[in-house]
Write a protein that binds this ligand. Structure first.
Ligand SMILES: [Zn+2]
Length: 85
């Protein structure tokens, strides 16, 4: 099962629809159960859609990757480390 960092690492590709079905399943499973990641996913998706509405149809991969990196840094700051079973 993915932890938050793994989910966020794949989030840009997931939004670009570039992940294999297996990873997609893991991501969706995690997003359904993790409030932090689902909020991040939601706002990231909204951000991309806003850019799309304003006339840019394609988001350069670099941008989403950079955005994900920033979000990941934020998550590391705000959320306590996951406790391992
Ligand atoms: Zn999470």
């Amino acid at each position: 099962m993915f932890n938050c960092e793994q989910v966020l690492a794949e989030l840009a590709s997931y939004l670009d629809d570039e992940v294999v079905a297996e990873i997609r399943q893991e991501l969706e499973h995690h997003l359904a159960e993790c409030k932090t990641c689902s909020v991040i996913y939601d706002s990231t998706r909204k951000t991309i859609r806003v850019v799309t509405d304003s006339g840019s149809f394609e988001i350069p991969e670099e941008v989403s990757a950079r955005m994900t990196k920033r979000i990941m840094a934020k998550v590391r700051e705000t959320s306590p480390p996951e406790s391992k079973p």
